[in-house]
Design a protein around this ligand. Structure first.
Ligand code: X5A
Ligand code: ZN
Length: 492
């Protein structure tokens, strides 16, 4: 089984910068070389680099770049190394919010190449997962245009490359950068094999790139309808709670139903506190949790690729949190997730019996057995159990598997629940299994030790009766627990 995490970085990608004074308020001056070096230094300081498998970068080939870009555009960018500063300035001006430099073409080829190296080592099972620290970023660049500091679309090319070379049918791209990766959206709008999720600062289209197609109404086109998910934040100041709610109530249910074979993350850290672009309030530790929540998907095959992030302190901390979690370190406890409950014990019981408790601190879910049991179970986990558990913020998680006739049925989902619950209590979890079952024991032990759990397969819809029952529970609980509320209430 694949183990270990890759880290891909080359200082060369820090060797380009803005060569002129910008008068407009385009903020391109924030895209500094130090973004990369500071992130890498922080990883070194925390002893993270030596725990990773460090892989060399390579240049992407023209053929690889052409997977997502036009020949005309590639030819145009190819000319930039020979240009004078005036020519570079004029060349940059035909695009929005981007600057060129004599060395950026070289760096852009390395950024794509680094991303592809990462995907290849994950797909060949040389490592379980990994992160590529690259510059320039990619998610704004389009078939024939540079845009928003981006030259080539690193992550889009990686998804196309993975589809082509490893015959993948389902790739999930999670874009947690605070800008909309419109370039990625355009690339896969009609493609049902790539599910794209992006949240972004929107403020009713007044925030860059000011596009109507960044709104939640863009859900994909033709065959790709339903495979594009935008979550536009109409206010700044979003916190850990909103980010988690977006994962629990929007991204994860769909991601589980999609059952990706590979997860790519457009990891911009301008969504963290202190960033001048995002102006959001989620702390760097949130990225440990976002990473943790995605790791059970695709049997752990996860490639994290740097996009934005302009507050050097919060960027470096966020990068550390992410890589440490990829390595299997427990995610730090998050406090202040607006808990309103003063009781000490939360008992979560998922059973197959017909009982209904009206006690506030006890959540009893009675799922109907049968075909869509797994879907119902995951629905319960994502919409109720995890939100409650995160808000409760326990210092120990006790998982009890009560003996029941449905062991074989329950084993895979139990593995996922065990994995996901490790985001709580700094990873401190005790599990009690009633009655011996080899498969159950194996899954539990491997989930507890941080090994990837086998995918559940594409999920169908849970039974309407189960959904109804859970909706009733959710409504009963939401007066006291804000994370079980749907995120749309928080958006306003
Ligand atoms: C990759 C990234 C931001 C562009 C902002 C332009 N780009 N105002 O974060
Ligand atoms: Zn960004």
């Amino acid at each position: 089984m694949a183990s270990g995490s890759a880290l891909i970085f080359d200082e060369e990608m820090s060797r380009y910068k803005l060569l002129w004074k910008e008068d407009r308020e385009s903020a391109i001056a924030t895209a500094v070389p130090e973004r990369l070096t500071v992130s890498y230094e922080a990883l070194k300081t925390h002893g993270v680099t030596q725990r990773c498998k460090q892989l060399p970068v390579r240049q992407a080939t023209e053929q690889e770049i052409l997977l997502a870009h036009s020949e005309e555009y590639l030819e145009a960018v190819k000319q930039t190394p020979k240009m004078s500063v005036e020519e570079l300035m004029a060349f940059s001006k035909q695009y929005s919010d981007v600057y060129f430099h004599q060395n950026i073409y070289h760096c852009a080829k390395l950024a794509v190449g680094a991303t592809l190296q990462l995907v290849e080592s994950v797909m060949k099972r040389e490592v379980r997962n990994g992160m590529a620290l690259v510059r320039p970023p990619g998610h704004h660049s389009q078939r024939s245009a540079a845009n928003g500091f981006c030259v080539f679309n690193n992550v889009a090319i990686a998804a196309l490359h993975a589809k082509k070379n490893y015959n993948l049918n389902r790739v999930l791209i999670v874009d947690w950068d605070i800008h909309h990766g419109q370039g990625v959206q355009y690339c896969f709008e009609e493609d049902p094999s790539v599910l794209y999720f992006s949240w972004h600062r929107y403020e009713n289209q007044t925030f860059w790139p000011n596009l109507p197609e960044s709104d939640y109404t863009s859900v994909g086109k033709g065959k790709g309808r339903g495979f594009n998910i935008n979550l536009p934040w109409n206010k700044v100041g979003m916190t850990n709670s909103e980010y988690l709610a977006a994962f629990f109530h929007v991204l994860l249910p769909v991601a589980y139903e999609f059952d990706p074979e590979l997860v790519l993350v457009s990891a911009g850290f301008d969504s963290a506190i202190g960033d001048p672009e995002g102006e959001m309030c989620a702390i760097p530790e949130i990225f440990a949790h976002l990473t943790q929540l995605l790791m059970p998907l695709a049997a752990g095959k996860m490639c994290v690729v740097l996009e934005g992030g302009y507050n050097l302190t919060s960027l470096a901390q966020s990068v550390c949190q992410t890589v440490q979690t990829l390595l299997g370190d427990p995610a730090p406890r998050l406090s202040g997730l607006t808990a309103a409950c003063e009781r000490k014990v939360l008992l979560v019981q998922v059973c197959a019996e017909e009982t209904e408790e009206e006690c506030v601190n006890r959540l009893s879910l009675c799922l109907r057995e049968g075909e869509s049991f797994t879907a119902g179970f995951m629905h319960a986990v994502l919409s109720l159990i995890l939100p409650l558990a995160y808000e409760f913020n326990p210092c120990l998680v006790l998982g009890v598997f009560r003996d029941s006739g449905a062991k074989t049925h329950l084993t895979p989902v139990w593995g996922h629940l065990t994995s996901l619950l490790q985001g709580l209590a700094g990873g401190q979890m005790l599990t009690v299994l009633q009655g011996y079952d080899k498969d159950l024991l194996e899954v539990t032990v491997s989930a507890l030790s941080g090994a990837p759990v086998p995918p559940l397969g594409p999920l169908g819809a849970p039974k309407p009766a189960d959904v109804q029952m859970m909706e009733k529970q959710r409504q009963r609980l939401q007066k006291r627990w804000s994370l079980v509320q749907e995120c749309w209430g928080l958006l306003r």
